[in-house]
Write a protein that binds this ligand. Structure first.
Ligand code: SF4
Length: 154
């Protein structure tokens, strides 16, 4: 089971959505210049599906999206969280911020509405940088990925 360090409701991670962001620890990506190097540690509390769907999401009334931040150490768990969120709250969008450069084959893309992939590269910059290597995709209901990275640069 993945552990999470903290949560925050933000407008920045997913354009046009009010997102409950959940920051997972034990990040295996080790990007040079990582903005949150403490996330590489095995810290935080285990996130059960019951707590996620019965307590954490209901206690954040008004959100339109849940954004799973990290969790690359166990994409199967990320996929399980996404499926559980969709089952319990069919109108909520689900996003995943992965630090990997390739999408994990362990996930069912149809459990997600948005996917960000790409490690952090100091020279190329984050999503807001026109030179970024990272990509933010909207997932169509056919499973096709539409590149929406430009939305962060306007
Ligand atoms: S994926 Fe994110 S948290 Fe993990 S090392 Fe890279 S920048 Fe840091």
């Amino acid at each position: 089971m993945l552990k999470y360090v903290d949560t925050a409701v933000t407008f920045a991670e997913v354009p046009y959505e009010i997102s409950l962001c959940i920051n997972f620890s034990y990040c295996p990506c080790h990007c040079h210049g990582c903005h949150s190097s403490y996330l590489a540690e095995d810290i935080g509390k285990e996130l059960s599906i019951h707590f996620l769907t019965e307590q954490l999401i209901p206690s954040n009334y008004g959100i339109s999206c849940v954004c799973l931040m990290g969790g690359d150490i166990n994409p199967i768990d990320i996929n399980s969280y996404a499926a559980a969120i969709k089952k319990a709250n069919p109108t909520l969008k689900v996003a995943w911020y992965s630090g990997r450069d390739e999408l994990s084959p362990a996930i069912n893309i149809l459990n997600f509405d948005f996917i960000k992939i790409g490690h952090y590269n100091e020279q190329l910059g984050p999503l807001q940088s026109p030179s970024t290597n990272q990509r933010f995709y909207m997932v169509e209901n056919t499973g096709q990925l539409i590149d929406k990275t430009i939305a962060f640069q306007n």
